[in-house]
Ligand binder design. Sequence first.
Ligand SMILES: C[S@@+](CC[C@H](N)C(=O)[O-])C[C@H]1O[C@@H](n2cnc3c(N)ncnc32)[C@H](O)[C@@H]1O
Ligand code: SF4
Length: 458
Amino acid sequence: MLSKKELLIKYNESGPRYTSYPPATFFDSKFSNSDHERHVIESNNENPSNISIYIHIPFCPQICHFCGCTTESGYTKPFLERYVDAVIKEINHVAKKIDKKRKVTQVHWGGGTPNAISYRYIEKITNKLYDEFKFASSYEMAIECNPAHLEFRHIELLKKFGFNRISLGIQDFRDDVLEAINRKPSKHKIEDIVSKIKSEGFTGTNIDLVYGLPLQTVSSFKKTVERAIELQTERLVTFSYAHVPSVLPRQKILEKIGFPNSNDKASMYENSYKKFVSSGYISIGMDHYSLPEDEFAIALKNKNLHRNFQGYCTRETTGQVYAFGASAISQLSSAYSQNIKNAAQYIKAIETNNLAIFRGYSVTKEQKVIRDVINNLMCNYYVDFNDIAVNNEISINKLYDIIDFSYENFDEFVNDGILEISNNKINVYENGRLFTRNIAMKFDPLVKKNIGTYSKTI
Ligand SMILES: C[S@@+](CC[C@H](N)C(=O)[O-])C[C@H]1O[C@@H](n2cnc3c(N)ncnc32)[C@H](O)[C@@H]1O
Ligand code: SF4
């Protein structure tokens, strides 16, 4: 039997992250505004009926060299104002096509750094959402915040506007690591920020950490994890640094400093997993952790955790995603549609056409089935093929046909002690969870045809 480290090295191949299926690399530039509009109207009769909203603010006062997000710096106040007006115009146009009886269960603000724009703009957009949509009583509204730009009074304002969750991008507590990636440290002590968030009555705080960054060592990342645990936030994420300089040239700068080697990166993952779990956190998906009483942990226990571009969600909060802003991706039952990435071009398109779609994908019935299998695997480490066949109203033989399934395809995983497979069910063992992306790839006809460029799976 291979050791954990040997397995990590063996399965560290290139593969999709499966935040969507098919992955965004397959989106088609022929997909137009009118395709999006048609799918928005159709989505009123598709499941889930809940509405998730994503607002993208693609601006950061300073760009971190490791960052994989779509973001820009050097913007002016009038430009920002035009951007906010464009987002409001886009919301206005799309909301008119959405059935008024449907309810918003989830709103996520991402970026960029949404907490670095004027709070007047945040209020303006949230007010527009309240005007246009009916909100479920237990809706969730979250915002990604860079602590370098977060003041205590901002936390109070966010609460006042109706936010109930804050995600803090910490990445690492060490100032030299942050400096190496061109990132300012937190303005206030993180401990004080988390206390303030709690005292304001937010229902949840999340922390993002990244391992594999320049200057990080196995022992320094251990300390970062220990400090994160002391904060006792409801949720935590440890992202594996994704280095794709061919797509993100800014990341090339980091090559001059160098990265921890893959052995050390594997140890960072493994040590943090052990530390989080032994400290009472529940491991969710590949890289998330939550306190046992958090709804993610409860959903995982009940095998009904879901995932969309905004991250994990529960059956209560999951919805079809309507996304607004430059580069934002809507995730409807039958289609993905992405807006123009460049903010100036996005504004121009919205000002002239109300919409700014530059690519998208109409998901086929077969792909919905594959998506279901991969989502179940990625979220719950478990697939019951009978359930998937029933949910998609097809026979189990048809399902096996679509996912090109044979038991022998999984022999290597079984021999490596990663999973068990029998009676139309796959169950990934706890020590096989890190290889979920590799397992998902076995169901993916696009990967089997060797199409696409991806980062490493681990
Ligand atoms: C939009 S950013 C965070 C929001 C905010 N701008 C900040 O920096 O705190 C979302 C998260 O993606 C993660 N991330 C960004 N680039 C990444 C990369 N190349 N590899 C892995 N994780 C990355 C970081 O942890 C980051 O906090
Ligand atoms: S990590 Fe956050 S602050 Fe840094 S460039 Fe990316 S989005 Fe901006």
